[in-house]
Design a protein around this ligand. Sequence first.
Ligand SMILES: Nc1ncnc2c1ncn2[C@@H]1O[C@H](COP(=O)(O)OP(=O)(O)OP(=O)(O)O)[C@@H](O)[C@H]1O
Length: 644
Amino acid sequence: MFRFQLKANSRRLFNASHQIRSVSKKVRSSKVIGIDLGTTNSAVAVLEGNKPKILENQNGDRTTPSIVAFTKEGDVLVGTAAKRQSIINHENTFYATKRLIGRKYNDDEVQKDIQRLPYKVVEHANGDAWLQTTIAQGLSYSPAQIGGFILREMKRVAELQLAEEVKNAVITVPAYFNDSQRQATKKAGELVGLNVVRVINEPTAASLAYGIGGKDKNNGIVAVYDLGGGTFDISILDIEDGVFEVRSTNGDTHLGGEDLDNILVEFILKRFQMKTGIDLRQDKIAVQRIRQAAEKAKIELSHVKSTTIDLPFITKTESISIPLTEEELDNMSADLIERTILPVRKALKDADLKVQDIDEVILVGGMTRMPKIRNTVENFFGIKPTTQVNPDEAVALGAAIQGAVLSGEVKDVLLLDVTPLTLGIETYGGMFSPLLPRNSTVPCRVTQMYSTAVDGQSSIDINVYQGERPLVQDNILIGKFKLTDIPPLPKGTPQIEVMFDVDADGILKVSARDKQTGKKSSITVFGKGGLTDEEVKRLVDESKQTTEQDQVKLNFLKLVNNLELIVFDTEQALKEIESFVDTTQADTLKRKLITVKKMIDDARKGDLLDQDLIKAAQEELQEEALQVIQKAAERSKAQRKAKD
Ligand SMILES: Nc1ncnc2c1ncn2[C@@H]1O[C@H](COP(=O)(O)OP(=O)(O)OP(=O)(O)O)[C@@H](O)[C@H]1O
């Protein structure tokens, strides 16, 4: 056993050097991949020839679960591997984290999610919602970092398929994502070394997937109804000879398949409690098993009329077996489906269109496979929705097309996206002064003149808000900064020019300039409230540093785990060969083992953090053990010879 361990270690070393060699051989690709970073599943695609193509992962799957897990051994698992162990390692398996990206810990939606999540959500120093593991004294990660692990995996999938290094990507976000959610998604890509050439809206991407190759056929007004795992989006587009103009967009960033799963989980828990009197809500493992079974039943009921949710031995003595029909599921989901219709109406109104003006309806997102949803959409629009592109794949395929447009591979397509919410600033008395109405085509820029409200006022606070309400208290504060050194003048005299500049990713930069002095101040809105450019930079740098620190901690943990394994192997080997070992030698080795075990203990408690000490202890122990084993082997051979 011990010898095997030595060999296994040397094999690992060989693999590492082999990997280094194969990476250095890679060619960097000018291709731009398209990544759909989904709440439940992610997909990656690239343009091949003139057609976008989904790149399959190592298991041959066209989508990869958006799940990241950290194991006690210090490994980071992504996708199916993470999903497979989620029940036994629920505290360190993070799913649906897109629902938390760019959100504050105190956000109502976050607080609601926390009740149901089997992992820990904590408040980071900057007020954001972060995820905490139970590993290495509670390593924590931002949802953007978790997104980063998923993006890195999608990059790897693409690199394996294309056999070249990929650097550039278009990443999609729900159309209704606000500024900080977009920024956080972009940062997730940058943290793992991706050059995020564009962030585009999911429904817009999906429409591109339908439009390409048959653009004459698809001219007209298109509604994209996108219901995925965590978000609902509706976009109305005007497609004309390769120009995709988004007329309006609306939605709910916290409405999707996960919510229906939650309703089903609650239904199962109640049924079980009624039957047995047992409340399983605190049993995270049981809840996790129920969640997986609920989603499975929901998916089955898109193809069959009835099913049974079977969970043997959910407690030591009780099992779950609940029959469920499609009709029952339809009734349970009625409110949720109805909630999607209001944003659809709003989007139509904003686009100044009636239901009858829609030429085509595209269904996107796994949840639109549910017959009840298809019927609801069909009844609302009065036309049968188009489903020729796989609803789980359309977004990634469209992102790949946009990638090809940006790299110059595709020339006859132009995407004109819009801002999802009205953007403006606070004026006297808490009034909201809109500068850019929602559904403004991006990129765009607007300037407006403001003045002081008080005689002699020497500075102005520029508070930037996003929302549709006339009072700022009802909208979302997405950033603020100060313009100072305004010469003291009677109120209303200074001319302050405020400029809003939204780039093609939908990210906003605001600046203010005193026309008399030329003094200027600006921010790129980060959604974190009151941050200057320097503070934003510091935060980004800090987050990079934390990633590195976390990696160092994980590497250290791996070393300690490995040393523990060697201690175990040595003890086993010593037991097996004890009769052939010289007592003095055996005692020395046992003493060494005690010292090393103490070191492992100290390392686990955080009292010993020196990697080199751990490495040295491992080498010494292995060397000493090898000598003992060799001597014992010689003795055993000599004894056998003597007997013969
Ligand atoms: N056949 C089906 N019937 C019903 N629901 C389904 C079916 N297939 C998948 N789903 C559900 O669709 C959701 C996942 O859809 P999809 O992969 O499009 O979402 P996503 O891209 O991860 O999420 P989002 O767009 O919200 O970020 C899950 O809730 C899943 O349970």
